[in-house]
Design a protein around this ligand. Structure first.
Ligand SMILES: *Cc1c(COP(=O)(O)O)cnc(C)c1O
Length: 310
């Protein structure tokens, strides 16, 4: 029960909007690490799976929203490695018509097909999910389990994300990544070389991230967050963002997801256009995956008669 350490490939990006600029942009395709345990979730699960095995736990329990990449990845990991998985899903309105939900929600359908047991809880219970009382209630209901926090972030996850950058990546000056709970960027910060800087692009509103990240990192002065590209909040999208994602894919053949990597790349391209980086800067963007979320987002966009991701 072990995910191996792998190094994903890096591609240079040629994109018309930043043609003739004096910086170079590369992307590290973590999205290609595994067909279903995507991107940073592979890194975040690696040492958690090893720890669960060490503790001889046969069940993984974790938390997520109805379109969560982490839920999909955990279900896939449990399926491949023969561990039972339980997903505590935000929103008890979903439980009433499970069959219909599974037909209309590709993420939950995938999780269910990979044998994840889904448990829907109210939004208020979900907010209390880290309290000892709530967890004790889960143990009563499901028996013993290894708990992976929401988004997969804990010390084991950060350790896994320290393996995203390899020695060869020392040639890049700035590393960019998308930020949700902050686990991934924490691992990246810990593995930076002294001459490198990291910029994180939060996919959601709120100023709790600085504090979260500081819990996991050793060095404090080599990173920053740019909060200008969350597009209104978590999983919020605009037509401008969708147009960007589609244009980026048609020119580079690289798919981006609407929740994380699309917003990050929009931010990087915008900063390049504004001459934020000094001439000669080599930028490495981390493609953290999340492509499973496109189908679910497109279903929502179709319902609203909005432009979809191609
Ligand atoms: C979960 C996720 C992130 C956020 O990672 P954190 O470690 O929670 O900050 C970024 N990109 C993608 C594609 C993700 O699925």
């Amino acid at each position: 029960m072990r995910l191996e350490n792998k190094n994903s490939r890096i591609q240079q990006i040629h994109f018309s909007e930043i043609e003739n600029r004096e910086v170079s942009l590369f992307i590290k395709r973590e999205d290609e690490l595994h067909p279903f345990i995507s991107g940073n979730k592979y890194r975040k699960l690696k040492y958690n799976l090893a720890e669960a095995a060490k503790q001889q736990k046969s069940t993984l329990l974790t938390f997520g929203g109805a379109y969560s990449n982490h839920i999909a990845a955990t279900a896939a990991a449990g399926f491949s490695y023969n561990i039972k998985t339980i997903g505590i899903i935000r929103g008890d309105e979903l439980a009433n018509n499970l069959d219909e939900i599974l037909q209309n929600n590709p993420t939950l359908k995938f999780a269910s097909e990979h044998n994840m047991q889904l448990e829907f809880v109210s939004r208020s219970d979900y907010r209390n999910k880290t309290t000892p009382e709530f967890i004790a209630g889960l143990k009563e209901k499901f028996g013993d389990f290894y708990l992976v926090p929401e988004g997969g972030t804990n010390n084991f996850a950060v350790k896994g994300c320290e393996e995203i950058l390899s020695e060869e990546d020392a040639k890049y000056d700035v590393i960019c990544c998308s930020v949700g709970t902050g686990g991934t960027i924490s691992g990246i910060i810990n593995s930076l070389k002294n001459h490198q800087q990291t910029i994180g692009f939060p996919a959601l509103k709120g100023d709790f991230l600085q504090h979260e990240i500081n819990k996991y990192i050793l060095k404090k002065d080599n990173w920053s967050l740019n909060s200008n590209y969350h597009f209104g909040g978590y999983a919020k999208v605009s037509e401008e963002l969708i147009i960007f994602i589609n244009k980026f894919k048609s020119e580079t053949k690289i798919p981006l997801d609407p929740v994380y990597t699309g917003k990050m790349m929009f931010g990087i391209v915008d900063l390049i256009k504004r001459d934020f980086f000094k001439n000669g800067t080599k930028i490495l963007a981390i493609h953290t995956g999340g492509l499973q979320g496109i189908e679910g987002m497109n279903l929502l966009l179709r319902k609203k008669n909005s432009l979809q991701i191609v």
